[in-house]
Design a protein around this ligand. Structure first.
Ligand code: GAL
Length: 333
């Protein structure tokens, strides 16, 4: 009986998925929580439309190249590509063009000239500057609207903000733009800044934790604000700050009471589930939601249009230069 039910279920699954297009989803690194949630959302959004085969490049371009060759050999209908080396996609796009395979790159932005070589190459991403401006807004809400007379978060009352910046991967468009633009946005609000240090922690919690421990050793209580390019590094930083008693949950209720308990403003980007909880509990002063559901919806909608040779005018998202879909960030404070 059990065997019979299994057979029926297998047949049913087969008849549902048979005849559907097969799409390849190649991510740069499955150890990156934001990318993982993006991949899960892409799989969920496309579950009624086409089959997805997922590949994890484990942060090695050489693995990714292998996967791409394999997908070409298997005559995949379309590739969703999160490149390891965003600046090295020229040969990949050329190869996909030669095999007439549409490609939607996402999250790690290629050069326009590389995208331009193949009419069926697209990029879905976010408005980098906007994420930094929103971080600027969060910081403005914290330090007050009078840059000449800061509130008590300016611990040494020098009317300057002593800042530590945790930077993502060097050369990644988000790390570069978020870092320069958050500084520009704070300066344009009239704040005087003293950037104690900018440390690269490659989007990683463990690396940020280690770097933050060394930073605390050097700068200790003079740190007034930690700006992180993403939530993972912000959480690593918070872990180190907790260990150094710069956050103290004195009544042990799991929540930092900003009026009565020691804390320091840390600001992230992504809006990971764990970060949302930390915002609620007072450990993270705010984050900027990098909407992976919306990005997944755009990627899947575009893929569906390309797979059925429909016109790009049917997209419900704005498309720039027939190439780019750039989505909005949101504040979470
Ligand atoms: C960024 C995101 C980071 C990291 C990176 C990977 O957009 O904020 O957390 O996932 O992409 O490319």
């Amino acid at each position: 009986m059990k065997k019979f039910i299994m057979l029926i279920l297998t047949l049913l699954l087969f008849s549902c998925t048979k005849g559907r297009e097969s799409v390849s989803l190649i991510i740069y690194n499955g150890n990156d929580p934001f990318i993982n949630s993006m991949a899960n959302n892409i799989e969920r959004e496309s579950s009624d439309l086409f089959n997805i085969e997922k590949f994890d490049s484990k942060n090695f371009q050489i693995n990714q190249n292998e996967f791409i060759n394999q997908c070409i050999d298997n005559k995949t209908s379309l590739i969703m590509l999160n490149p390891v080396d965003r600046l090295g996609v020229y040969p990949i796009i050329r190869k996909l063009k030669a095999n007439n395979i549409p490609v939607i790159l996402f999250n790690r932005e290629p050069l326009k000239k590389d995208l331009d070589i193949w009419e069926k190459a697209f990029y879905v991403g976010t408005k980098g500057e906007q994420s930094a401006q929103i971080q600027g807004e969060i910081i403005y809400n914290l330090f007050g609207s009078n840059p000449l007379k800061l509130n008590n978060l300016d611990k040494n009352s020098n009317n300057e903000i002593e800042i530590v910046i945790l930077k993502g991967e060097q050369g990644h468009q988000d790390a570069e733009i978020r870092t320069t633009e958050v500084v520009n946005s704070l300066k344009s609000k009239g704040y005087k800044l003293n950037i104690l240090v900018t440390e690269v922690a490659n989007w990683k919690r463990s690396e940020a934790y280690e770097k933050m421990k060394a930073i605390i050793n050097k700068y200790g209580n003079s740190i007034e604000l930690v700006i992180s390019n993403n939530d993972e590094m912000a959480i690593g930083g918070i872990d180190a700050l907790i260990e150094s008693n710069m956050f103290q949950d004195l009544d042990q209720n799991g929540i930092i009471n900003k009026e009565t308990e020691p804390w320091i403003p840390v600001v992230g980007i992504d809006g990971l589930q764990e970060a949302i909880i930390l915002v609620r509990n007072g450990y993270l002063a705010g984050t900027v939601v990098n909407d992976s559901v919306l990005q997944a919806k755009a990627i899947v909608e575009l893929a569906n249009i390309l797979l059925h040779n429909k016109s790009l005018t049917q997209l419900t998202f704005d498309i720039i230069d027939n190439k780019y879909i750039m989505l909005d960030y949101r504040i979470l404070q």
